[in-house]
Write a protein that binds this ligand. Structure first.
Ligand SMILES: [Zn+2]
Length: 231
């Protein structure tokens, strides 16, 4: 298991699970002092919809179809699940408020990272230049071979050709974490406040599940952001 703190923030933590957690937060919550806190999950659809959780009551509603969550509420935990797709955490230490985002290639192409930044700005008044971001474990450019139609989808959506690496016959290797990093920079984030863990899920079989490597029966990485009820 890995945990990443946003320094200087009493009670707010973010991180991601490894294979050992078995796709559950049950072993993680006690370590953070978060036992019994509501955990918000999504019915993920590879879209670009971001849901704002504005109260503890909203945290216990039925699963919503979306790929991003934001909140400024203390005392709950936001999660997204992934197994090659890019998990993102955004956090505004001034507000404080934050977001978790699931960005597969479709969501990345639809600029869900920008959607998360926009949702934080609209709902909580967060300034993009004040946000910090973490790009979690995802399939790397070493392993993410895609077909020509995916390459074309990215280029026609205005992404730099630089995110397409090593042209290979009728396909190419795509750098999905980098595409999201650029989307965050284009959205106004300070590049020095964006941390990419740089870990490839497909390469690191002992640490992470990978859809490309193991198929649909593989587990899930849970990426989370939350806080204790009181600072
Ligand atoms: Zn790899």
């Amino acid at each position: 298991m890995e945990l990443t703190g946003f320094p200087g923030l009493e009670g707010w933590r973010a991180g991601f699970t490894t294979r050992r957690a078995g796709g559950e937060l049950s072993g993680v919550l006690p370590l953070l002092g978060w036992e019994g806190l509501p955990v918000v999950r999504l019915a993920q659809r590879h879209g670009s919809r971001v849901v704002n959780i504005l109260s503890l009551e909203e945290a216990s509603r039925p699963l919503q179809e979306a790929d991003g969550l934001t909140t400024a509420c203390r005392g709950l935990v936001l999660t997204v699940a992934s197994a090659d797709c890019v998990p993102l955490v955004l956090f505004d230490p001034d507000r404080p408020a934050g977001a978790v985002i699931h960005a597969g290639w479709r969501g990345t192409r639809s600029r869900i990272a920008r959607g998360g930044v926009e949702a934080l700005r609209r709902s909580f008044g967060c300034r993009p230049e004040g946000l910090r971001a973490m790009i979690g474990p995802a399939i790397g450019h070493c392993c993410y071979r895609v077909g020509r139609e995916v390459v074309e989808a990215f280029l026609s959506a205005g992404f730099s050709p630089d995110v397409v690496l090593r042209e290979d016959g009728d396909g190419a290797f795509l750098d999905l974490p980098e595409a999201n990093r650029r989307d965050l920079v284009d959205s106004g984030l300070d590049p020095s406040r964006i941390h990419s863990v740089g870990l490839c899920t497909r390469c690191l079989a002992g640490l992470f599940p990978s859809y490309r490597r193991d198929g649909s029966g593989t587990g899930r990485i849970l990426t989370f952001l939350g806080s204790s009820p009181h600072s």
